[in-house]
Design a protein around this ligand. Structure first.
Ligand code: FCB
Length: 485
């Protein structure tokens, strides 16, 4: 596809074309400051493809997605959005949308195929080109070091439940900091360790598909240790003074009723889904109630001397991914809760309940309990069945439902700021429709539609809406946050 086919994004809407969601713009950006960072996010395995090219070795997600029955439709990331070959075009899309920043992830098995040992220069060169291309277009690169694609060789040696994986991760982080740290200043060590540990090692619905509760807590601890060690490496080795953060998807747990057992289930969900990560990283300790919950399952985190100091590295910001809340009841499983689908409220295609209020309460809670760290929404967005949306004369999907979702969640961010949360930016998930993990290609989160047969990219109406929201925001100023009581 040529650059010409992306042109409508850079230009104004076609004359006479109604600007879907225009009325939502004011409300969405009211409360956001003029210097708010507007971005889009992706991750390596979900978009790159080129799975066996230029020396890349398999990750746990290659193995998992090629395991029969693991991923819907038998889908895998072998080709995905073919971003590896179409990177300049995709950066052109970002530029056309006038976004300030792009959050991407670096593929560990592309850079260091075995997870240890020699660097694969051809793989590393891809990120070198990507960063240059972004900077050339005036877009700030935000690099995530780990978005779930553990080199398969390390999984074969035990994976995240094994302590050595944390040391290997730190070594890899140093390699990337050496290569990109002269141009990248915004670094995220891990994306959502909850998913790597809970979904990957206990629930078995994500790679590597293991189902041991003690392995979950071992994995969680070693991921956090890896975060601390990697943060140190980036700070020591990046040529430009870096800003280092970590991205969590805290579980926003609410009891299904006031019944004590439901309230207790919500406490357990919060302990094992949220505080198990945030407390060690920010406060340097595991919560007492969590340790009491874990002890009967022989699942205490394998803490060694000095680990908690390493884990609690100073942070420059906290990355927050928010999609939905969890309304919970007790369960007999070791993690102690199960989520109850809310049928009386609208949901996305996942189907995840649409609950923007949770964005506000999460951000204000983080500020209250974890201090005045700058916060960035590093992911928020929605999958909808775009085939049900009207398509206009230019072929653009009029995804009014996605626009409403984004507007409502941005307004919720504004409300959190008004209540004192220091939220400084918003990265929409995702730039492109892409490989949605266990759901395969069936769920589309993109601002830009991808026709997987032709790899043609077509920005949806939501892409133009986000561009206009960013513009409107820059033109106004929602003011400074006030302190949380
Ligand atoms: C998050 C992941 C991201 C994407 C969205 C929908 O949990 O970080 O890769 O799959 O969900």
């Amino acid at each position: 596809m040529t650059a010409a086919s992306t042109e409508p994004v850079a230009g104004e809407p076609v004359a006479g074309e109604p600007m879907t969601g225009e009325s939502l713009l004011g409300e969405a950006v009211n409360g956001l400051p003029a210097d708010f960072v507007w971005g889009a996010a992706t991750s390596a395995y979900q978009i790159e493809g080129a799975a066996a090219e230029d020396g890349r070795a398999p990750s746990v997600w290659d193995t998992f997605s090629h395991t029969p029955g693991a991923v819907a439709g038998g889908d895998h990331g072998d080709v995905a959005c073919d971003h590896y070959h179409r990177m300049p075009e995709d950066v052109g899309l970002l530029a056309g949308l006038g976004l300030d920043a792009y959050r991407f992830s670096v593929s560990w098995p592309r850079v260091q195929p075995g997870g240890k040992g020699p660097v694969n220069a051809r793989g590393l060169a891809f990120y070198d080109r990507l960063v240059d291309e972004l900077l050339d277009k005036g877009i700030t690169p935000w690099a995530t070091l780990y978005h779930w694609d553990l080199p398969q060789e390390l999984e074969d040696a035990g994976g995240w439940p094994v302590r050595d994986t944390a040391y290997r991760f730190a070594e890899y982080a140093g390699i990337v900091a050496d290569a990109l740290g002269d141009r990248v200043t915004d670094w995220i060590t891990l994306n959502e360790p909850y998913c790597s540990a809970m979904l990957g090692y206990y629930q078995g619905v994500h790679a590597p598909g293991r189902t041991s509760f003690p392995d979950f807590t071992k994995a969680a601890h070693h991921l956090l240790l890896g975060h601390g060690l990697a943060a140190r490496q980036v700070r020591e080795r990046a040529a430009r003074p870096p800003r280092v953060g970590i991205t969590f998807n805290p579980v926003v747990a609410q009891p299904a009723s006031d019944a004590p057992e439901d309230v207790e289930a919500a406490r357990r969900a919060d302990a094992v889904g949220t505080r198990i990560y945030l407390d060690p990283v920010v406060h340097g300790r595991y919560p007492e109630d969590l340790l009491a919950d874990l002890a009967p399952y022989d699942a205490l985190p394998p803490v060694e001397d000095g680990d908690l100091e390493t884990i609690a590295q100073p942070l420059d910001f906290l990355g927050v991914n928010y999609y939905f809340r969890n309304v919970v009841k007790p369960s007999d499983e070791p993690h102690g809760y199960r989520s109850v689908q809310q049928t009386d409220r609208p949901s996305t295609a996942m189907p995840w309940e649409i609950y923007p209020e949770g964005m506000t309460s999460l951000l204000t809670r983080l500020t209250r309990e974890y201090g005045d760290l700058p916060l960035y929404i590093t992911e928020n967005g929605a999958a909808f069945d775009d085939t049900a949306s009207p398509v206009d004369a230019s072929g653009r999907i009029q995804d009014a439902d996605r626009i409403a979702f984004l507007a409502d969640h941005l307004a919720a961010v504004g409300r959190a700021r008004a209540a004192g949360a220091d939220v400084r930016g918003y990265f929409c998930w995702s730039l492109l429709d892409n490989f949605e993990w266990a759901y395969g290609y069936a769920k589309r989160f993109g601002l830009v539609h991808v026709d997987y047969a032709t790899q043609r990219r077509t920005p949806k109406a939501s892409a133009l809406w986000l561009r206009d929201a960013a513009r409107a925001c820059r033109a106004g100023d929602g003011g400074a946050p006030v302190p949380v009581e």
